[in-house]
Design a protein around this ligand. Structure first.
Ligand SMILES: Nc1ncnc2c1ncn2[C@@H]1O[C@H](COP(=O)(O)OP(=O)(O)O)[C@@H](O)[C@H]1O
Ligand SMILES: [Mg+2]
Length: 271
């Protein structure tokens, strides 16, 4: 079996006081190893809820979820956190870096959580991860001494340091300008090309276009599951509002055309 992710009829109901919120209403799909998938949908449609389930931060109310062959819905909380640490790297819109720690210390943190890895090895692996995202010369900087794009690259380095099989990114470019978004997407594309499974949530069609497959969610249901190459046709009756702003070009392609990015990525390294 080549599935990294297999969800069947998952629902998630939040209970807040008297009110029940049906955030996910029965979703089923598979994501194979090595895929690059974008999840889109309006605000409140359940994207973050779905990412939290995929990322083992939460469990479904009903339905089943198999991650890399493991039946996640049957695991205890302590087992879930071990699965998270070993298999999954997370990137969020707000970078969630520790303000008082250096880039190197931030990136090394997941290895400390894992336990049993000597400090020297933690630092060496963190340094390697920072080099992979092009920040080998910023290891001793604290977050506020870095630009937004650099902070997000530190967060990506932190996600990579455990060598996860799956990278999950919830609106990774949501707090970045267009040019910096393009750099971050270029990096995620590189990581996917070198074999990592990448699932990202975004509001921006240009960002989604870097992925190869689009899952569109509305009101907690899966509305579309299509290759991104087919997602935005000129006469798409479903989602004209999702059309990318510049033809079929991804932000990376457009930045390159405008001469804003080098053709050869300096981050390209094997994962
Ligand atoms: N922890 C929570 N408790 C109660 N309701 C929640 C919680 N998280 C999300 N929701 C609700 O679930 C629905 C889906 O939210 P979310 O998954 O965050 O959507 P999206 O990421 O697509 O904006 C929304 O109606 C939201 O208000
Ligand atoms: Mg969200």
């Amino acid at each position: 079996m080549n599935n990294m992710i297999s969800v069947r009829d998952i629902t998630r109901v939040y209970h807040t006081g008297e009110i029940e919120v049906h955030a996910l209403r029965g979703l089923s799909f598979d994501i194979e190893r090595g895929e690059f998938v974008a999840i889109m949908g309006p605000s409140g449609s359940g994207k973050s809820t779905l990412m939290n389930l995929i990322g083992c931060l939460d469990t479904p109310t009903t339905g089943s979820y198999t991650l890399d062959g493991l039946p996640v819905e049957q695991l205890e909380m302590s087992q879930l956190s071990a699965v998270r640490n070993r298999k999954i790297g997370f990137v969020f819109q707000q970078f969630h870096l520790l303000a008082r720690s250096t880039a190197l210390e931030n990136v090394a943190l997941p290895l400390a959580y894992r336990g049993g890895i000597p400090a020297a090895e933690r630092m060496a692996r963190a340094a390697e991860s920072l080099e992979r995202v092009g920040l080998g010369d910023r290891m001793d900087h604290r977050p506020q001494q870095l630009s937004g794009g650099q902070q997000q690259r530190v967060a990506i380095a932190r996600a990579l340091v455990t060598q996860p099989a799956l990278l999950l990114a919830d609106e990774p470019t949501g707090a970045l300008d267009t040019r910096t978004s393009a750099e971050v997407m270029d990096l995620l594309t590189d990581l996917n090309r070198s074999g990592m499974t990448v699932v990202l949530v975004t509001h921006e069609p240009d960002v989604a276009h870097s992925a190869r497959r689009l899952l569109e969610i509305r009101d907690g249901k899966l509305m579309r599951d299509v290759p991104t190459a087919e997602a935005w046709t000129a006469h798409d009756p479903h989602t004209p509002h999702l059309a990318p702003t510049s033809g079929n070009a991804s932000p990376v392609e457009r930045a390159r055309r405008a001469g804003r990015l080098p053709v050869a990525s300096r981050w390209r390294k094997s994962v």
